[in-house]
Design a protein around this ligand. Sequence first.
Ligand code: KG4
Ligand code: ZN
Length: 357
Amino acid sequence: MLMLAIESSCDETAAAVVENGRRVLSNCIASSVPLHAAWGGVVPEIASRAHLENILPIVHAALSEAGIALDRIDAVAVTRGPGLIGSLLVGMEFAKALAASRGIPLLCVQHIAGHLISPALGREVNAWGESVRGDAPPFVPYVGLTVSGGHSSLVHVKSPTEFFILGETLDDAVGEAYDKIAKHVGLGYPGGPLVDRTAAKGDGQRFAMPRPLLTASNFDFSFSGLKTAFVREVGKLGGPEAVRQDEQLLADLCASFQAAAVDVLLQKARRACKFVRSERLAIVGGVACNRGLRTTFRKELEQKLQLAFPEPEFCTDNAAMIAAAAYPLTLRKAHAAQRISALANLTLDAPVASWQS
Ligand code: KG4
Ligand code: ZN
C-alpha cells in the first residue's frame, strides 16, 4: 500500500510517500523556521501563509523523489491535530480535496501518535532494527518518551492505535525550555540544536540545576522551574551579555541545564518501563536528536532495555510518521469522513472511530 502523507501542524510543511507504513520512499520538508527567527518563536499567521505557498510544491517533491505517480497512491494521510489551527487547516483541506478528487481513502492522524509510531520507519531498517520491507503492522508494545517542542510525555503504546498516557508535562515541554534558554542567552532560534552543540563543550557538573518532580511518584514532568533556574544562574553571573562573552562559561551552563533535563527524562522513563513491565523504550520527537541525551540513554539503559531512536529526519516534525500512524488505521478501514475538520486541541486518546462520520 502506497500512502501519501501530509503534515502541517506547526511551522513545517511536510509530505512523504511511504510503503506499508514503514518503508520511506520520500520524506520532504519545507520549513518556515527562518521566517520566524526574527521573532524568536513561531508566528501563527506567518506559518499559515507559508503552508499555503509550500504545500503544492512539497507534495510534488515527495512524489517525484519517490518516483511514484499520483495515480499509484492508494490513500492520503494527514495530521488532524493538535497544532496551530491555521496551519492544520491548510494540510487538512488539501488532503481532503486530494483524496476526494482521486476517489481514495483519507486517514486522519493525531500528531503525537505520529511521533510515537515513528520508530517503525526507515529506508532499509527501522529504529527497532527490523527490515522495513513487507507489510507487518508497527512493532508493539513499548513505552514512548515524547520529547518535542510542544509536548513531553510518557506513553504506553499498547497497540499501534491504543495509547495510554502515563504522564506529561505540567508546564513547558522540554524542547520549549531548550528554545527559551537559548533565546535568553542569545544563541538563536530554534535553540535545541544550538544548546546541544554548545553543551558538548561544557562541564555538566559545574552548576547545580534542579531536577523537577524527579522524586514524585508519578510520571509527570515540569521544565519551567529548570528554565528559571538557568535564567537565575545567568543573572548571578552578570547577565546574558556577560555570559555570552565567556565561551566556557556558556558551555558549562548549557551542559548543566542539559544534564538536569536528561537526568529527569531518563529516570522517569526507566521507572515507566518498570511500571508497565516493558523492556522496550522509544525516544521520539525533536529533542530525541539531542546528542547528549542519546549518549546518556545508551550508556545507562542499553543493558536492560531495547532502545529505539528514530533517525533524526523522523524525530523532528515530518510526514513519514503520519503515514506510519495511518497505516494501522487502513488495516481497520478507519477511513475519515469528508466533512471531518482540523482540531487544534485533539488529544492522543480521542476515539478514532468517531472520526468516520
Ligand atoms: O518534534 P518537533 O520537530 O516539533 C514539535 O512537535 O514540537 O520538535 C521541535 C523541538 C524544538 O524545541 C527544537 O529546539 C528541539 O525539538 N530540538 C532539539 C534538538 N533538535 C531539535 N532539542 C535539543 N537538542 C537537539 N539536538
Ligand atoms: Zn511534533
